[in-house]
Design a protein around this ligand. Structure first.
Ligand SMILES: NC(=O)N[C@H]1NC(=O)NC1=O
Ligand SMILES: [Zn+2]
Ligand SMILES: [Zn+2]
Length: 508
């Protein structure tokens, strides 16, 4: 009788893989017991070289990428599970090759602002995650005393708002709150992050009385016109907030600061100058700021409402220029989704816009009003094809080619969406690269396939996204989490139960 030798390794290979930042051919050996990568070779080693029965797949010409790390996602559970949840949000992530998401502290009820609240969130997440999930904490007025213990419990950074957040239980912070948070976190291994929009003080003399939570500038046109909304949140809101943060940076010189979802290109020179002076500050931008533009947003199409707003094409070019020109030491180190969904009724979509709930006979008043609609864009798991489509257009990339432009584009995406996002949340020794000792989180990417975004390809809870109906280039064929395939485009999800873990170990 033949003995069954259960193979102890799995092997994947491709003529195209991004390994430690470089496009190369590669063979990746994975331990089946630990789910970690145990060897990486820079050529395709034939199956015959491995013990008989070893699971082996050569994915050529698909590209092997590290699973993406989306460092900015709102999963909204517990408390607003009708908006999103761990199960659906992480399935949508896996669909798009995202193997780690970091959950934002707001929109769930309660928000992640105390250890007790954090424990409620962890209990809610248990057993529901299809990819690995880490967590941010929040800074709100009065919770400075909770921050160190949240670090101890494993939150990977903190976010605060300098303007109304959209939800009552997560109020904006003022200068004093920020100073207290900086004092608490000054020497902690964490990152202090800001939603950097702020209503500029009107005159210096009233400056001290101006509260950060004032409403945005009053609308001066039709409320359904995108231009009215855009004018109500000008770039000056972002630059004013950035200046305010920079003015306090000296209070915690060792603390890493970070601007979430930078939209305005005018913020870039301010941050560059600060970094040149040695201030530890970085920024992220989002897939939507790099792919959508104000000129193309139709009036009433509130799927596009987010804060800060999607700006002009010229502004979009400015963000791309920063990513292109300053690749290793740029101001914008990461690109994330800021997936912030809600139920369709809160988006107030007019009946003609896809995703509208008024098509189901529900009566929704005030449709198309950009000021009353929820601000947030749904796109977790869509980032890789969104960037690939945009880069293909901008660089004239030829599908499946390995010319210098294609090579650079793939490497840039891995840097911005895998390696740097992992580092931002202290996971750089474990995630964001296909390297020995790292988790075998893998995205198998077909860079030439084109597909249309439809409800069936949006696995997040509410099928409402500005990308619906768009043709995207680049398709994730398979997603692997810690050495096991969890999703394939052909066969769907491989296991019945989610296998994602909660990432609570202290950051490095
Ligand atoms: N509350 C919340 O999720 N806000 C997010 N939505 C958005 O468009 N920008 C944000 O910060
Ligand atoms: Zn924000
Ligand atoms: Zn957000």
């Amino acid at each position: 009788m033949a003995t069954t030798n259960i193979p102890s390794i799995t092997v994947v290979a491709s003529s195209r893989a991004v390994i430690s930042g470089r496009l190369t051919s590669a063979t990746v050996v994975i331990s089946r017991t630990t789910g970690k990568i145990t060897a990486v070779f820079d050529s395709i080693i034939p199956a015959a070289e491995f013990p008989e029965g070893t699971p082996y797949t050569d994915y050529s010409p698909y590209v092997l990428l590290p699973g993406l790390v989306d460092a900015h996602v709102h999963l909204n559970e517990p408390g607003r599970t009708e908006w999103e949840g761990f199960y659906t949000g992480t399935q949508a992530a896996a669909f798009g090759g995202v193997t780690t998401v970091i959950d934002m502290p707001l929109n769930a009820i309660p928000p992640t602002t105390t250890v007790a609240n954090f424990k409620e969130k962890l209990a809610a997440a248990q057993g529901k995650c299809w990819v690995d999930v880490g967590f941010y904490g929040g800074i709100i007025p009065g919770n400075a005393g909770d921050l160190k213990s949240l670090v101890q419990e494993g939150v990977r950074g903190f976010k605060g708002f300098l303007i109304d957040s959209g939800v009552d239980e997560f109020p904006a912070v003022g200068q004093e709150d920020i100073q207290k948070a900086m004092a608490e976190l000054a020497d902690e291994p964490t990152t202090l992050m800001f939603h950097a929009e702020m209503v500029p003080p009107i005159t210096a003399s009233v400056g001290d009385d101006v509260q950060a939570s004032e409403p945005p500038a009053a609308p001066t046109g039709p409320l359904e016109a995108y231009s009215t909304f855009l004018a109500s949140r000008p770039s000056a809101f972002e630059t004013c907030a950035i200046e305010s943060i920079l003015s306090m940076a000296h209070l915690a010189p060792n603390l890493q600061l970070h601007i979430v979802h930078l939209s305005a290109m005018e913020g870039i020179p301010l941050l560059r100058e600060a970094r040149a002076k040695g201030i530890k500050i970085t920024a992220e931008t989002c897939f939507h700021y790099l792919s959508l533009a104000a000129e193309e947003i139709r009036d009433g199409d509130t799927r596009h409402k987010c804060c800060p707003p999607i700006r002009s094409k010229l502004n979009q070019d400015g963000l791309w220029q920063e990513l292109e020109k300053h690749s290793s030491d740029g101001v914008i180190q990461t690109v994330v989704s800021d997936h912030s969904p809600c139920t369709p009724n809160l988006k107030l979509l007019p009946a003609h816009v896809p995703g509208s709930c008024s098509t189901n006979g529900a009566v929704v008043e005030d449709t198309g009003n950009f000021f009353s609609a929820w601000g947030g864009i749904s796109s977790v798991g869509m980032g890789l094809p969104i960037l690939w489509t945009e880069l293909s257009r901008r660089k004239g990339l030829t599908p499946s080619a390995d010319d210098e432009n294609t090579k650079k584009a793939l490497q840039d995406i891995v840097r911005l969406c895998c390696a740097n996002t992992a580092a931002q949340v202290g996971l750089q020794t474990r995630k964001g690269d296909l390297r020995v000792g790292f988790d075998a989180d893998i995205c198998v990417f077909d860079d030439s396939a084109e597909w249309v975004v439809e409800p069936s390809t949006m696995l997040f809870r509410n099928k409402c996204s500005p990308y619906q109906g768009r043709t995207l280039r680049g398709m994730v064929r398979e997603t692997w989490l810690r050495g096991e395939r969890v999703f394939s485009r052909d066969a769907g999800f491989d296991t019945k139960e989610p296998t994602g873990k909660l990432l609570l170990e202290k950051r490095v």
